[in-house]
Design a protein around this ligand. Structure first.
Ligand code: 5GP
Length: 192
């Protein structure tokens, strides 16, 4: 998505530790005009999939998922990061290791909000090692629901998440794939 690539080049900052900072428009301050274009693009890509629910993870995925959901006329469910969980049977849960915080979270979704008839589009802001997505896929499958597709805003193609998730046989589409970035000179190279 050209508009997104241009915005990343203009306002993104490459930090050490393979972190791309896009907090002026994507995951702290949010540019809703850009989010609208992102939502339209996900709708164009997944138009034929009969999606009835969007799943994301708190916090950064929520804004993107909500704007996208307007194009699918579907509700959004976000997986919650819990400090500790009581497994009383009322939630689906998994563990996710955070790339940015280097911490493992228990992540939960109430059983009320994922059902076997759900055809789910998973949305998130970033794909790095694929831990967040693998956890979300597990939550959907625990419910007997179907992952119809995954929409990612920025995939870091030099990390192994894309390969891992695509090898699971799930359709994964990223609107921008960064193939290389350099914290010293700030350069960012996209996959065409
Ligand atoms: P993964 O689980 O694929 O390793 O990492 C995905 C999660 O880590 C995303 O939900 C995102 O919040 C965060 N993340 C990973 N890499 C980056 C990055 O380069 N920049 C930012 N801002 N967040 C990232």
């Amino acid at each position: 998505m050209k508009l997104l690539q241009e915005r990343i080049l203009k306002d993104g900052n490459v930090k050490s530790g393979n972190v791309l900072k896009v907090d002026s428009f994507l995951n702290h301050q949010m540019d809703i005009e850009l989010f609208n274009e992102i939502g339209k693009e996900f709708k164009r890509i997944f138009a034929d999939y009969n999606i009835n629910k969007i799943l994301t993870i708190e916090a950064s995925g929520i804004g993107i998922a909500c704007i996208t959901a307007q194009y699918f006329n579907s509700p959004v469910v976000f997986a919650k990061k819990a400090q500790s969980i009581n497994i009383d049977g009322a939630v689906y849960s998994t563990k996710i290791e955070s790339f940015t915080h280097k911490k493992t979270y228990d992540v939960i979704v109430s059983k009320k909000f994922l059902n076997p008839e759900d055809r789910v589009l998973i949305i998130d802001d970033f794909l790095a090692n694929g831990c967040a997505l693998a956890g979300l896929i597990e939550l959907v499958r625990s419910a007997g629901a179907t992952v119809e597709g995954i929409g990612i805003v920025v995939e870091k193609g030099f990390q192994n998440g894309g390969e891992l998730i695509r090898s699971m046989g799930v359709r994964l589409e990223s609107l921008a794939i960064v193939d290389a970035m350099n914290a010293d000179d700030g350069s960012i190279t996209f996959r065409n």
